[in-house]
Ligand binder design. Structure first.
Ligand code: GAL
Length: 408
C-alpha cells in the first residue's frame, strides 16, 4: 500500500505540474484550433456585469452555442475596478461583480465553460482601468489564482504603452503567464501594429491584425488603414469587407497555434442582411480567425443564430489541417467578386463573394484552382450538392458568399 500510494502521489504530482512545465517550455495544447467563445465588448462596452454573464452562460446551453463548440466566456474592458487594492492587486468592479472573479470562474467551470479576462500592456486599459505595465507577474499570478483560462491583452495604456515596442510589452506578459503555473490562453490585441504576423506567433496564441471591427459592412468613416501594411496609429475601426480585404495580403501567415485574429464577430449586432452575416461568418471561419461572438445573446434573431451555429461552416474553421483560404487573384475580378480557396481534410474549400450591392452572375471552374480534381461539391449554406462537380455557374445576391466544400 505504501509503495502504491507513493506511486499514486508521484503521478498526481507530475499531472499537477504538467501545465506549468509545458508553458515554460513553450509547448501548449491550447490553440490547436482557433478559439471559439463570446466577448462582452461589441454589445456591452464597459458595462459588462455578473447578470449579463449569467445570462450568457444560460444561453450557451439553451441556444445550442456550447454544443456548436463555443467555450470561452470573455469579459472585456470594464470588469475591473478603477483602482488596484491598497497593496497593488487587480480587483473586480465590486458593483458589477460583487462575488469577485474567483467565484465567477468556479461558476463558469461548473457549466463546462472557460473564463477569460481583459488586460492592457500599458498603464491603463482603453476604458481607464489599471493596465499591467510593470505588474505583469503579479497580475498573471492573480489571474492564475482566480482560475482564469484566457487573457485578452490590449494596446491602449495611456503613456508607457507607446514608448515600448509591442514585442517588449506583449512579451513581458507572455513570460509572466508562462510562470503563473496555469495554462492560460494568450490573446494579443495589438491592432496590427508593427505587423504582428511577422512576430506575434512567438508571443500569443492569437493576435489581432487590424483596428476594431465596426458594425458597418462596407462603409469606412473611421478606418485609417485599409491595407494590412499601412502604418496604423490607433484602434480606429474598419468594416467587415475591409478586414476581409486586408487578409488578402496576410492570410498566408496564418499558422496553427498562433491565429491571426480578425476581431470579434458583429453577426447579430449590426443591421446586416442575412447574406452579409453569412459572408462575415464564412470568411472568419475559412480564414481561421477566432470565432468570438460579440452580440447580445438575448436579442439574437433566428437568422443570426443559424449563421453562428452552422455546423458545416464551423467545421471549416475547426478543420484539423488549420490552413486558411488564400485570395485567388487570377480567378477574381477586382472590386466585383472574389475567389478564395484552401485545403481542408479530404479536399478543399472555395469561397465566392459578390462584393457588390447588386446581384451578379459568376462562373468558376474548380479544377482550375489547382487544388485537386473535384469529385463532389457541396455548397455549405444551402447544403446542396452541385450537379456538375467541375464548375459553378450562377447568380449571387448582394454581398452574398457561397462556400463550396470540394471533395477530391
Ligand atoms: C480596444 C480593443 C477592443 C476592446 C476595447 C476595450 O483597444 O481593440 O477589442 O477590447 O479596446 O476598451
Amino acid at each position: 500500500m505504501g509503495r502504491n500510494y507513493q506511486l499514486f502521489s508521484f503521478r498526481l504530482a507530475i499531472l499537477a505540474i504538467l501545465p506549468f512545465v509545458r508553458s515554460v517550455l513553450g509547448g501548449s495544447s491550447l490553440a490547436q484550433k482557433p478559439q471559439m467563445g463570446w466577448n462582452s465588448w461589441n454589445a456591452f462596452k464597459a458595462t459588462v456585469n455578473y447578470t449579463i454573464v449569467q445570462d450568457v452562460m444560460e444561453r450557451f446551453d439553451t441556444l445550442g452555442l456550447k454544443e456548436a463548440g463555443y467555450e470561452y466566456v470573455l469579459l472585456d474592458d470594464g470588469w475591473a475596478s478603477y483602482n488596484r487594492t491598497s497593496d497593488g492587486y487587480l480587483q473586480a468592479n465590486a458593483t458589477s461583480f460583487p462575488k469577485g472573479i474567483e467565484a465567477l470562474a468556479e461558476e463558469v467551470h461548473a457549466k463546462g465553460l472557460k473564463l477569460g479576462l481583459y488586460g492592457d500592456s500599458g498603464h491603463y486599459t482603453c476604458a481607464w482601468r489599471p493596465g499591467s505595465w510593470g505588474y505583469e507577474e503579479r497580475d498573471a499570478q492573480t489571474f492564475a489564482g482566480w482560475g482564469v483560462d484566457y487573457l485578452k491583452y490590449d494596446n491602449c495604456g495611456g503613456f508607457q504603452s507607446m514608448t515600448e515596442a509591442p514585442q517588449i510589452r506583449f512579451g513581458a506578459m507572455k513570460n509572466a503567464l508562462a510562470l503563473s503555473g496555469r495554462d492560460i490562453f494568450y490573446s494579443v490585441c495589438g491592432w496590427g501594429y508593427q505587423f504582428p504576423w511577422h512576430w506575434g506567433g512567438d508571443i500569443g496564441h492569437s493576435y489581432r491584425m487590424s483596428g476594431d471591427i465596426t458594425t458597418s459592412f462596407t462603409n469606412e468613416t473611421e478606418c485609417q488603414c485599409k491595407t494590412a501594411y499601412c502604418l496604423n496609429t490607433g484602434y480606429a475601426g474598419c468594416s467587415v469587407l475591409t478586414i476581409i480585404n486586408k487578409m488578402k495580403e496576410i492570410s498566408k501567415y496564418q499558422t496553427q497555434g498562433h491565429w491571426l485574429d480578425m476581431d470579434m464577430l458583429e453577426v447579430g449586432n449590426a443591421n446586416f442582411t442575412l447574406y452579409q452575416q453569412q459572408t462575415h461568418f464564412a470568411f472568419w471561419a475559412a480564414l481561421k480567425s477566432p470565432l468570438i461572438i460579440g452580440a447580445d445573446l438575448s436579442k439574437l434573431s433566428n437568422d443570426s443564430l443559424a449563421v453562428l451555429t452552422n455546423k458545416a461552416i464551423i467545421s471549416i474553421n475547426q478543420d484539423a489541417l488549420g490552413e486558411p483560404v488564400m485570395y485567388k487573384e487570377a480567378h477574381s475580378k477586382e472590386g466585383l467578386f472574389q475567389v478564395w480557396a484552401g485545403n481542408v481534410e479530404g479536399g478543399y474549400v472555395v469561397l465566392l463573394l459578390n462584393e457588390k450591392s447588386y446581384p451578379q452572375t459568376v462562373s468558376l471552374s474548380f479544377a482550375s484552382l489547382g487544388l485537386g480534381s473535384p469529385q463532389k461539391v457541396v455548397e455549405l449554406w444551402s447544403g446542396k450538392t452541385l450537379q456538375d462537380a467541375n464548375s459553378f455557374n450562377g447568380t449571387l445576391g448582394s454581398y452574398q458568399t457561397l462556400v463550396f466544400r470540394v471533395q477530391t
